[in-house]
Write a protein that binds this ligand. Structure first.
Ligand code: HPA
Ligand code: ZN
Length: 319
């Protein structure tokens, strides 16, 4: 029985497995520049975040209809459930779809067709987090939030993803203020490739409740002390870090040191179709390669529920 856990850092578009991508390409008459699934998989050799994002945005062009988004989400939920995920807070990237003429309603309602039945069908409760693409303009982010307003009963919070360096959190101050005014929860990617200053800025300027990745906090001891003191959850993604070369090898991953430092770490899959594993695979990998004890693994699973938007709301608001 895999350890019950919550997944808090998961891009639904990053769960698009090659087999489903080809099936949707055929269904929608989209040409993919790869001969077959093996040729596509062979392209999954990334130098950095941008080289991954190029393929990620290319492949998601097969997603066009509500049915496509429903099928994508159901495939993820089935795999996640099999690996012990009981609750998933799921990112989606509407700007990448709106830019291709796929409307907000198609994306949200399509995902909801799977998410709304996920507890019955998969035993997984879910929440949706709308991410702004940080390499797009602040105005585009504001327009995206406006486009999402009719669907806010389906959306728990907002996040910030895509190419980090050169796009500091403060660029999105206004849209995060607007999101907060609408009662949305706030998270942001920070300190994946970007500097530790982006982590502090996400907390101070955007008012986020969790940091996605946050690995580079280790370069600033005072920041680590703050994250420990304020119990700021970090949604780490070990296999992603290896594939995007944020760490040299999994054996070099600082997760054990981060736990020892008292940081509130969680383990997640990020883009599992691209990075070699789902949530349980990430847990197995850190257990096997970093020698984490069963007690440490249970701590990570406990942290995932603590850091979720499901529980301990009172405690977190009082922070
Ligand atoms: N980092 C930033 N943006 C992303 C990622 C990631 O790992 N995955 C999908 N969009
Ligand atoms: Zn991510």
């Amino acid at each position: 029985m895999p350890l019950p856990k919550a997944e808090l850092h998961l891009h639904i578009e990053g769960t698009l497995e090659p087999e489903l991508a080809f099936a949707l390409a055929v269904r929608n008459g989209v040409e993919l520049p790869y001969a077959d699934t093996d040729a596509l998989r062979a392209a999954y050799r990334f130098e950095d975040l941008q080289s991954f994002l190029d393929l990620y945005y290319e492949l998601m062009t097969v997603l066009r209809t509500e049915q496509d988004f429903e099928d994508l989400a159901n495939a993820y939920l089935a795999r996640a459930a099999a690996q012990g995920v009981r609750h998933a807070e799921i990112f989606f990237d509407p700007q990448a779809h709106l830019a291709r003429g796929v409307g907000m309603g198609t994306v949200v309602e399509g995902l909801w067709r799977a998410l709304g039945k996920s507890e019955q069908n998969h035993g997984v409760s879910t929440q949706l987090i709308l991410c702004f693409l940080r390499d797009e303009s602040a105005e585009s982010a504001l327009g995206t939030l406006r486009a999402a307003e009719p669907y806010l009963d389906r959306i728990t919070g907002v996040g910030l993803d895509s190419a980090e360096v050169g796009h500091p959190p403060a660029k999105f101050r206004r849209v995060y203020e607007a999101a907060a005014a609408l009662g949305l929860r706030r998270v942001a990617h920070a300190g994946e490739e970007g500097p530790p200053e982006y982590i502090a800025e996400a907390l101070d300027v955007l008012g986020v409740e969790r940091i996605d990745h946050g690995l580079r906090c280790l370069e600033d001891p005072a920041l680590v002390e703050r994250l420990v003191r304020e119990r700021v959850p970090l949604t780490l993604c070990p296999l992603s870090n290896v594939r995007l070369r944020t760490v040299d090898t999994l054996a070099d991953h600082p997760l054990p040191a981060m736990l020892d430092a008292g940081l509130l770490c969680t383990v997640n899959s990020d883009d599992p179709a691209y990075f070699g594993g789902y949530a349980g695979d990430n847990f197995d990998a850190v257990r096997d390669t970093l020698g984490l004890t069963e007690e440490r693994l249970r701590e990570l699973a406990r942290n995932s529920f603590l850091a979720s938007f499901l529980e301990h709301d009172e405690e977190r608001r009082a922070r």
